[in-house]
Design a protein around this ligand. Structure first.
Ligand code: N01
Length: 535
């Protein structure tokens, strides 16, 4: 063993979010020695960091939960249709305790680099805690939304009040009572936080650069009877989810938008509106591929939202005009639009009137308007999908850096591996459904595939596995072509990296659907790992 190596294991797993936890559980169950590292002080991943008021999942709690253990899913009781961040944290802590996962992790520790030894095909993983771990396999489960993006607004350091980012919220919470607060950003985080901050603050200014499509969650407590029904139907619910596009059991209308009468179309939109949230984008199967179909869905949405907002001027600003509905993730809100009916809330559009700078007492806009503030909340999103991996200095064959290999966009085969980086796996990230689907089921899908793959490698006495350059090239093309056949590229979304100045415009997730993807990766395994080289 190299002198500087502090530990030698079979597998290093980076991240203790939904994906990392399952990977540790599954791989440890096969007898592998696993070390996990987690930047946060506890399990939870994105749920550990995003503690802003109103943080809540936009997938129903009954679906946003592990399926691998029947007793777990029968015994755990969700209290609401959509779980809050604290409840999801309780659940993930419970899972970590129940399966004794914490003992494999070192918390409060970031992996800073991983370097391949081409001779042994082992990875040397270094942490900011000074550990140097040698591992046969390196598994990234670092999350797609875990690198907070704070825009480079001049003068923020001079601001006299406090500043926050929704994705790095103080654990002790924030009391906005009596304060004049500004929220910058109206994506899911901003839209969830705004109604609750408005209730507490003396005055709230919402700075909106782009309006977003949001749909009321229709959230409600789950009573015993509903819970019982859901649990009794879990097997079927999971079966449908595994076949679905997004990892949930809801199926859309069987016909295309204009194959049905106006009356039936409106009834279908109404039903989806009542179901609440993000699934509205899949009311009809052609909604995200056909402009006219999308417009019909958009028009129904607009009618609904205008009815919620008293002031027509504010409503004009709140209705997006720059992207088809659903091509950015539809937000699932609770009382967002009604918040703009309050006297103590002001909506400021930044379109053509950007924030020029922040000074000691507030925000200055390009047209000279000054907004006095005591606190600023950045709800400005993430360097999504690649940001967290980019923070780690990953060096593969010939010392090539993964960040450089991905400089024109992520290059993977099935999202799982990249040529030149043998024995390194990336779970629920770019090149897989990840952010387009229920990530808990994505975590299980990838964790199970990985476990089978490693068992195969060991069963046949290989040292490792590496995606071929040809397979990577083809998969990158397939992801690009599938996205190009939809309306998604029409939006300046974080799916395309458009929110980060200078980031290449590449549609990063696999958009073909969770079920379709599951069939593809299962087929690859069945074929003896076609597209990978077994080493
Ligand atoms: O981030 P976002 P998010 N000046 O990138 C604005 C998931 N999520 O944290 O659209 C002014 O969507 C930016 O404006 P624009 C979910 O998948 C889920 O809200 O770029 N404004 C936008 O309005 C979601 O999609 C839940 O013009 C600036 C906002 O900041 C993803 O995470 C809850 C700016 C950023 O929106 C990300 O959501 C929360 C600037 N310089 C998040 N820079 C659930 O419901 C950026 N903006 C589970």
């Amino acid at each position: 063993m190299n002198d500087s190596i502090t530990d030698s294991v079979d597998i290093v797993v980076v991240g203790a979010g939904v994906t990392g936890l399952y990977a540790v559980h599954k791989l440890r169950g096969l007898g592998y020695r696993v070390r996990g590292f987690e930047r946060g002080e506890d399990v939870g991943g994105v749920w550990y960091w995003n503690r802003y008021p109103g943080a809540r999942c936009d997938v129903e709690s009954v679906d946003y939960s592990y399926s691998f253990d029947e007793e777990l899913q029968q015994q755990w009781d969700w209290s609401e249709k959509y779980a809050t961040q604290p409840e999801i944290m309780r659940y993930l802590r419970h899972v970590a305790d129940r399966f004794d996962l914490r003992r494999s992790y070192t918390f409060g520790t970031s992996v800073t680099s991983a370097e391949l030894d081409e001779r042994t095909l082992r990875w040397t993983v270094r942490t900011d805690g000074g550990e140097v771990v040698s591992a046969r396999f390196c598994v990234y489960a670092v999350g797609c939304l875990s690198s907070a993006h704070v825009p480079d607004v001049p003068g923020v350091a001079e601001f006299g009040g406090a500043t926050y980012h929704t994705g790095a919220w103080p654990h002790e919470g924030v009391d906005f009572t009596g304060l004049r607060v500004g929220v910058i950003g109206t994506g899911s985080s901003g839209i969830q936080a705004i109604p609750l901050i408005a209730e507490q603050a003396a005055h709230l200014t919402v700075f909106q650069r782009s309006a977003n499509y949001s749909i009321p969650a229709g959230n409600a407590p789950l009573d015993e009877e509903t819970r019982g029904r859901q649990k009794a139907g879990y097997a079927e619910r999971r079966r449908l989810s595994r076949l679905s596009g997004g990892g949930s059991p809801h199926t859309g209308h069987p016909s295309r938008t204009f194959e049905v009468s106006e009356e039936e179309r409106r009834a279908a939109f109404e039903e989806r509106w009542e179901l609440g949230g993000v699934l509205y984008s899949k009311t009809f199967p052609d909604q995200l591929t056909d402009r006219a179909a999308n417009d019909a869905a958009r028009a129904f949405w607009e009618e609904k939202v205008r009815a919620l907002v008293d002031d027509p001027g504010s409503a004009d600003l709140l209705v997006p005009t720059d992207h088809p509905i659903g091509t950015k993730r539809i937000v699932t809100d609770s009382h967002y639009y009604e918040t703009f009916n309050r006297d103590d809330v002001r909506l400021v559009s930044l379109r053509g009137n950007a924030i020029e700078r922040v000074d000691g007492g507030g925000v200055l806009l390009a047209d000279g308007t000054r907004v006095e503030l005591d606190a600023i909340v950045f709800a400005t999103g993430f360097d999504a999908m690649t940001g967290a991996i980019d923070r780690i200095d990953v060096r593969g064959r010939g010392g090539r850096r993964l960040k450089d290999v991905w400089s024109e966009g992520p290059r993977t085969y099935l999202g799982l591996g990249t040529d030149g980086f043998p024995n390194l796996f990336n779970l629920t990230g770019p090149g897989s459904p990840s952010v387009m689907a229920n990530v808990v089921l994505c975590a299980e899908q990838h964790g199970d595939w990985l476990a089978e793959c490693l068992s195969h490698i060991d069963e046949y006495g290989y040292r490792g596995i590496e995606a071929s350059a040809e397979a990577v090239e083809k998969w990158v093309g397939e992801c690009r072509d599938r996205a190009a056949a939809t309306l998604f590229p029409a939006a300046d979304s974080w799916y395309l990296g458009a929110n980060i100045p200078g980031k290449p415009r590449v549609f990063m997730p696999f958009i073909g659907g969770f079920g379709v993807y599951g069939d593809i990766i299962a087929g690859v395994a069945d074929s003896g790992y076609k597209g990978f080289d077994l080493l």
